[in-house]
Design a protein around this ligand. Structure first.
Ligand code: FE2
Ligand code: FE2
Length: 285
């Protein structure tokens, strides 16, 4: 129906994290950068600064008193969390910008909720399994389905056709991609985050979130596996949000990679539910 080459060419039309977001990502990953440098990078964009402050004060972080300046947000929440907030604001904007012409008719609010919930679920799983940098899991989870945003922008017609199959026939998004023989959201998404200059870890979790066994030998195998499990759990709890309506398929390889004992699952789900009630400020950004 559509070749991946044609789609990749159209990636040029997609929003790219602009200068400000690029700068925030670079500064936040520089171990020698100062609080002031990161605050200055965010302050270059006034609307971004106010949204980041709003999220910093959200129930999710539970800071007992109001944070009114960015320096404070960075000192209290840390570089990586503030970078995650900036990426969340950017991704939300990219999704709701949509395509210039035809509309695919998908429910963008639901898709956005899926992004936020998988970010939170990935972070929660990371906490429970003792992963050292849980903030990395948030951003990997947030961006895992970014290929769906790309599809929605570059080919609303293909997105509409995929959604028709998944919703009417109760199929998974990946099954619909196979049926229509269109490039997968995993491959398009991976190309996109690569183009944005995001780290290899994110490229691999976008590419492998439905098939974590592909990255079993990678140093990022555990992160890819955690994002996969988070995605399956959220798709089970909220079917249809991600435009996938079939039974989510759990990769047993992901459980092996993490040596995950099924007995931790109830604890994970309980903690996850506690957190999901606190993310309204992200969902209704
Ligand atoms: Fe996906
Ligand atoms: Fe997903």
């Amino acid at each position: 129906m559509v070749s991946i080459e044609k789609m990749i060419d159209k990636l040029e039309e997609l929003p790219t994290p602009d200068f400000v977001v690029q700068k925030i990502i670079t500064v936040a990953s520089d171990p020698n950068a100062s609080v002031k440098e990161l605050a200055n990078a965010i302050m270059m964009d006034a609307s971004l600064s106010s949204k980041v402050l709003k999220l910093a004060n959200s129930a999710y972080y539970g800071i007992p008193r109001e944070i009114t300046v960015l320096n404070e947000a960075i000192m209290i929440l840390g570089f990586k969390t503030v970078r995650n907030l900036a990426m969340s604001v950017f991704t939300y904007g990219a999704l709701f910008q949509g395509s210039q012409g035809e509309d695919s008719g998908i429910n963008r609010e639901a898709l956005w909720r899926h992004f936020v919930y998988v970010a939170v679920a990935s972070e929660t799983l990371g906490e429970i399994l003792g992963y050292p940098v849980k903030e990395e899991l948030f951003i990997n989870g947030l961006l895992h389905d970014i290929g769906k945003v790309a599809l929605d922008v570059i080919s609303p017609k293909v997105m509409r056709a995929l959604h028709k199959i998944t919703s009417e026939k109760k199929r998974n998004f990946t099954e619909a991609e196979d049926l229509l023989e269109v490039p997968s959201h995993t491959s398009i998404g991976a190309k996109l985050v690569e183009k944005w200059g995001l780290p290899e870890m994110i490229v691999q979790s976008v590419a492998g979130h439905h098939n974590p066994e592909l990255y079993i030998d990678s140093i990022n195998a555990e992160v890819v596996a955690m994002v996969h499990i988070a995605d399956v759990v959220i798709n089970t709890m909220y079917p249809g949000d991600s435009l996938s309506y079939g039974k989510p398929e759990l990769s047993h390889e992901a459980l092996n990679i993490l040596s995950l004992k099924p007995r931790i699952l109830p604890r994970f789900i309980d903690r996850l539910k506690d957190k999901l009630v606190k993310v309204d400020d992200f969902v209704n950004m």
